[in-house]
Write a protein that binds this ligand. Sequence first.
Ligand code: DGY
Length: 318
Amino acid sequence: MKPKIIVTRNIPDEVESTLKEYFRVSFNREDKVFSKDILMKAMENADGILCTVTDNITDELLSLTNKKVKIIANIGVGVDHIDLQSAKRNNVIITNTPDVLTEATVDVATLLLLSVTRNAFLVEKMLRQGKWRGFSLTENLGVDVRGKILGIVGMGRIGKAFAKRAHEAFGMKVLYYNRSPVKGLPFEASVRFDLDALLEESDVISLHLSSDEGNKNFISKSRMKKIRASSFLINTSRGDVIDQTALIELLEKKKISGAGLDVFVNEPHVPHRLRHLSNVTLYPHIGSATFETRKKMGMLAVENLIAFFNEKQVINQL
Ligand code: DGY
């Protein structure tokens, strides 16, 4: 008999068809986030689960006595919603989908970069409200990114790809924070071993950190004080790598020029105070949200499941 897979959210049609060829599949047609109870039943009834960032895969689920699940394939690269230590202890394989979403996420970081530095939200709102008084040589001005310093925090796949894009397409100078210099970068970049130094020097700071326990509030309230009032911040990684409340305070007091955020603490809740600021661009976690990329992510997750149940090398095991 084919192994049974439970899919926690709607997935692209092509991914669904491939999955059905290899497995008995149960779908969540309502596409509403599964409750803990439903996830518990899934852990006890399926051989594998195809999940994503909205599913909290806790130690409680992974260590269930009657657990049947042997593999959880996550559609997405970030796995902060899965207790990886517990998965190891309980012999559950976890896989993710790196690489295939890198360029799409860099596109969104680029959108945020240009949007915040050119006041895109504010000027469009003004126009839509019928308040545009006509072309002006001195109004609605933003700042150039060309020749400015981009500080990357988190020089992984996406951090590197965004740095490359910003350097090659916009002539930005790249700084990055790391414990040691990253070898073989195909563009010019300087390392800073001291995060405070990077925050002080950068005109635009872009966060690309994974949100494991060690990175929660990595950009803390006290560290944020190092950011200059003329600088901008972009976050396409996870909301909780920065102290969101402290960031809101900085933005309200204009101690930072603006922020472009695609991720938030406790999504989909976005604080009222943040939503009412004009010096921010806010997107609903759309880094990888293109038809092409979501298909690639889904297919890669399914390939991991197929490999596992055919006793082949699982491609993206964590
Ligand atoms: C990712 O791949 O980590 C995206 O943020 C969606 O989870």
